[in-house]
Design a protein around this ligand. Structure first.
Ligand SMILES: C[S@@+](CC[C@H](N)C(=O)[O-])C[C@H]1O[C@@H](n2cnc3c(N)ncnc32)[C@H](O)[C@@H]1O
Length: 256
């Protein structure tokens, strides 16, 4: 699946807020090497650079478009194109930061201990993942995918996102290899101008991408039309025409 830095940064403030909240929960300590995995256009990496001013900070992402944007934004930082699934740098890292990315990487029961193994003693793995597969926004993506001429093309799309385990499962996986595990869940409520079209624009930069990518131009327009109509019903506009988008997210900071 390809990512567009331009579409992603359209809601950069809102998307970066969970990264700030995640970073604030990493325990204080001597950080010499930190990495932002799934760094996107460098918005989350920028926070690491600010907080760990004396550390070497680097970033990786599987999208060349995102890495190009990140390099432009932070020319002093080393950014590499790499896939977390096959990433084999053993560090050791004092911080591994994974904001809004691991929902796209499978098999968390194997992945998370393998990321912890790349940490230095007392190092932290910090993760935030959208916990929104059961929200109207995502239920409707799947429903529209199952009701149109694109059914065949989109047959495997819903399975691309990794099903989240519950908080206690993540706690148990990480407690087996860490001294301290902090797990919490927050629902943000984002006021989006433009009503339903604001919601559609938001998800065009993230969750809708795998549903739109396999479609031709005409199908894409029709899919978006049907999706927006369904979104209008699910998220009624407020008096000023905006929509309040509830967005639950799961946070984990695990310290070795
Ligand atoms: C929602 S963006 C998050 C960007 C940034 N970390 C932030 O906090 O806003 C998800 C990013 O993860 C990247 N990504 C998805 N799957 C990946 C994988 N398997 N390996 C590396 N990067 C991946 C995408 O290219 C995209 O840039």
């Amino acid at each position: 699946m390809s990512w567009s830095a331009k579409q992603y940064v359209a809601f950069e403030d809102e998307r970066t807020r969970p990264a700030r909240d995640l970073l604030a929960a990493i325990p204080a300590g001597d950080v010499r090497l930190a990495i932002d995995i799934g760094c996107g256009p460098g918005n989350s990496t920028e926070l690491l650079v600010e907080r760990f001013a004396n550390a070497k900070v680097c970033g990786l992402d599987s999208s060349s478009d995102m890495i190009e944007a990140a390099r432009k934004r932070l020319p002093q930082v080393q950014f590499d194109i790499a896939d977390i699934d096959t990433w084999n740098d053993s560090g050791p890292f004092d911080v591994i930061f994974a904001n809004a990315v691991l929902q796209w990487v499978p098999d968390h029961a194997t992945l998370l201990p393998s990321l912890v193994s790349k940490l230095a003693p007392s190092g932290s793995l910090a993760i935030q993942m959208p916990d929104n597969l059961n929200e109207h926004s995502h239920r409707l993506m799947r429903e529209v995918a199952a009701d149109g001429p694109w059914v065949g093309k989109l047959a495997g799309t819903a399975g691309l996102r990794t099903e989240m385990a519950d908080a206690s499962a993540y706690y148990s996986i990480l407690k087996a290899c860490c001294t301290r595990v902090d797990v919490w869940r927050t629902t943000y409520h984002h006021p989006l101008a433009g009503g339903a079209s604001g919601v559609v624009e938001w998800f065009k930069g993230s969750g809708l991408r795998p549903f739109l990518e396999p479609l031709d131009e005409a199908e894409r327009a029709q899919y978006l039309n049907q999706y927006q109509t369904a979104i209008e019903r699910a998220y009624p506009a407020l008096a000023d025409g905006s929509v309040l988008l509830p967005f639950p997210r799961l946070f984990i900071v695990a310290t070795r």
